[in-house]
Design a protein around this ligand. Structure first.
Ligand code: NAD
Ligand code: WQD
Length: 336
């Protein structure tokens, strides 16, 4: 199959690109403007897969960029990763987020329609659920995102749903990722935040490698096993595999499905610190600080829909997460 990856050089895009190439039966193009990634990620994917793929450098919001990509590559399906993802920044610059994520996605769907490409897998997020009314979150849980970033994901989901309903043979899979973490086993590609990390695991890794002094733990009086926040951390390798299954599902079916991608199990911040200390054999100094605004106590997925529709389930565990994140961090202490 011919698959276009918007945002293909990013953290999740590069790992998915590698898996698509390792599958051996796919022709792939990565479109990226490198606004939050490095061309080196693509060079490393090429080396690791020992196979060629096409790259187009450009902004996916530019109609001429998309037209030229679709005209030359003629994809059967699109995996749409491109966009901005920082919750804090989205509170300060909501219009930027609506333009990059929502307007950009409308332009992409318009181009897909004009070129007769009717299959899309979209990077959505568990953040669309907002405060839990019950746990685990299943796909029917009410949607109530609490920040502009989360609302862009919610609006795009609805736009894709309407677009699919308007087309006779379109299909979409809205993958709601929980907390993607870890790195490829090779340690050649991984998560490479451009600024001080917002997310827990890259922050811990940078403390372990000596780039940051200590971890701030945001709250220890949540109603969880040890008082710290509990999340569903999904290994990037499993997440990449879910995309392969989702593309196949989109190609074989019609309609729009939202599907959780998680492990179904929650891990607390203190449990993650301990697991990372064991994997790295380093101490992670930390201080307990106040709660971070907008954080929920617990978040984890119901994963049966992914098993049923995609035949997919997470295989890697917390030990794999910490081992591969540490391998990537030590091999690339300053990123790419
Ligand atoms: P990332 O920033 O590493 O990847 C996004 C890629 O898109 C980057 O390579 C960036 O350069 C590119 N990009 C951004 N704007 C672009 C534009 N206008 N034109 C072309 N390329 C552009 O992020 P990621 O963690 O790989 O996330 C990928 C997707 O998954 C995003 O849509 C994100 O919202 C979603 N998501 C991520 C997480 C997470 O925790 N990482 C969780 C849920 C959902
Ligand atoms: C995990 C836990 C923190 C950093 C975010 C986005 C979400 C999604 C994934 C894209 C929480 C605690 C964290 C630190 C800490 N992204 N923590 N110290 O908040 O679940 O989700 O990333 O869609 O939209 O909101 O992930 O990794 O930031 O936090 O104590 O320095 O670690 O309070 O309990 P989160 P996270």
């Amino acid at each position: 199959m011919r698959v276009l990856l918007t945002g293909g050089a990013g953290y999740i895009g590069s790992h998915t690109l590698l898996k698509l190439l390792q599958d051996g039966r796919n022709s792939v193009m990565a479109l990226d403007n490198f606004s939050n990634s490095s061309p080196e990620a693509l060079r490393r994917v090429q080396k690791l897969s020992n196979s060629n793929f096409e790259t187009h450098v450009g902004d996916y919001r530019e109609p001429n960029v998309l037209d030229s990509v679709f005209d030359s590559f003629r994809p059967d399906a699109v995996i749409h990763f491109a966009g901005l993802k920082a919750v804090g920044e989205s509170n300060e610059k909501p219009l930027l987020y609506y333009d990059q994520n929502v307007s950009g996605s409308i332009g992409l769907l318009d181009c897909m329609q004009r070129f007769g490409c009717k299959k899309i897998v979209f990077s959505s997020s568990a953040t669309v659920y907002g405060e839990a009314q019950y746990l685990p979150y299943d796909e029917d849980h009410p949607l109530n995102p609490t920040n502009p970033y989360g609302r862009t994901k919610y609006f795009i989901e609805e736009i894709i749903r309407d677009w699919v309903a308007s087309q006779s043979d379109a299909s979409a899979v809205l993958l709601r990722y929980f907390n993607p973490v870890g790195a490829d086993e090779s340690g050649e590609i991984g998560e490479d935040p451009r600024t001080i990390p917002n997310n827990l695991l890259p922050y811990i890794s940078q403390v372990a490698v000596g780039r940051l002094k200590e971890l701030s733990i945001f709250g220890n009086d949540y109603e969880t096993r040890d008082g710290t926040g509990e999340r569903d951390y999904i290994h990037i390798d499993d997440l990449a595999a879910a995309h392969i299954q989702a593309v196949k599902f989109a190609l074989d079916n019609r309609g729009c499905e939202a599907i959780n991608v998680g492990t179904g199990k929650g891990v607390t911040v203190l449990e993650m610190v301990k697991a990372f200390e064991e994997a790295s054999n380093r101490e992670i100094p930390f201080q307990i600080k106040g709660k971070r605004e907008g954080d929920v106590a617990r978040s984890f997925a119901k994963v049966t829909k992914a098993q049923k529709l995609l035949g997919w389930r997470a295989e890697k565990d917390l030990v794999d997460v910490c081992r591969t994140a540490w391998n990537w961090q030590t091999k690339n202490p300053s990123g790419y």
